[in-house]
Design a protein around this ligand. Structure first.
Ligand SMILES: [Cu+2]
Length: 279
């Protein structure tokens, strides 16, 4: 089964600036939405727009971002954004009651990868149940065009015993083992990675290295490496290309995380083959 998470998190190409300088999103919270965390394992998730993670919010630096939260759940919820904004848009005090709505409005800055998540108490439960996602604020001049992927790293502790049962890319364990990602040989790739779980994660590419942009807040890479430890809520842009065709693993280098879902495959093929297969 092709997962919603995969479709929701691949940009080709990115949307570019909003024509009138205003980018609007509506995020609808629902509770107990069936969500497949691993092949054959479905949980009642709390969701933004019925997906875990929530949709990627994409905006260009300096644009007005307007996000309307519609709470269709049975508990109060909020959206807390990372980044720079007024207090009223910080999503801590303005609890949105069941049936309520709230509009967060701010100028998107700085450019980079900014997580968002519910901040209702107990926040650990609201985040763990699925209320998280990320916002990409593009720099005004843009970044060089590349194939873009988003990889949200998180985990699910189904019995709440303090030990995660599944570790997931974009909400589903093993989804890129089941649905490998095809890349063209020599094609530049930009991967936005964020860690939403309360343990360090270590994204790692096989047979390759990447240019690292911590938090995506600078235009020059800080490191050329093949692992990056992401602490809690930490994120980064990884840019790379494959010089040899073949199938390559990408994984979390915490081996337990890899064994419980945080691994997948890139199939690197000749450009002509890739062009034929892409819609
Ligand atoms: Cu909540």
């Amino acid at each position: 089964m092709a997962s919603v998470g995969f479709r929701a998190t691949s940009f080709d190409p990115p949307p570019g600036p909003a024509p009138d300088g205003v980018r609007e999103y509506t995020l609808v919270i629902e509770e107990d939405v069936p969500h497949e965390v691993a092949p054959g394992v479905t949980i009642p998730a709390w969701t933004f727009n019925r997906t875990v993670p929530g949709p990627v919010l994409r905006v260009t630096e300096g644009e007005l971002l307007r996000v309307t939260l519609v709470n269709k759940g049975s508990l109060p919820h909020t959206i807390h954004f990372h980044g720079i904004h007024p207090a009223a848009a910080d999503g801590v005090f303005e609890l949105v009651p069941p049936g309520g709505t709230y509009t967060y409005e701010f100028i998107a800055r700085p450019f980079g990868i900014m997580p968002y998540h519910c901040h209702s108490m107990p926040t650990s439960q609201h985040i763990h149940n699925g209320l998280y996602g990320l916002m990409i604020i593009d720099p005004k001049p843009g970044r060089p065009p590349m194939r873009e992927l988003v990889m949200v790293m998180s985990a699910f502790d189904l019995d709440r015993d303090g030990e995660a049962d599944f570790y997931a890319w974009n909400g589903r364990a093993f989804q890129y083992a089941d649905n490998p990602i095809e890349l063209a040989l020599g094609e530049p790739v930009r991967m936005y990675v964020v860690n939403f779980f309360e343990e360090a994660m270590v994204p790692h590419l096989h047979a390759n290295l990447f240019q690292l942009y911590p938090s995506g807040t600078m235009l020059k890479p800080s490191e050329y490496t093949d692992v990056k430890t992401l602490s809690i809520a930490e994120r980064a842009i990884l840019e790379f290309q494959y010089d040899y065709p073949g199938t390559y693993m990408f994984q979390c280098h915490v081996t337990e995380h890899m064994e419980q879902g945080l691994m997948g495959w890139f199939n690197v093929v000749e450009k002509t083959q890739a062009a034929q297969r892409r819609p």
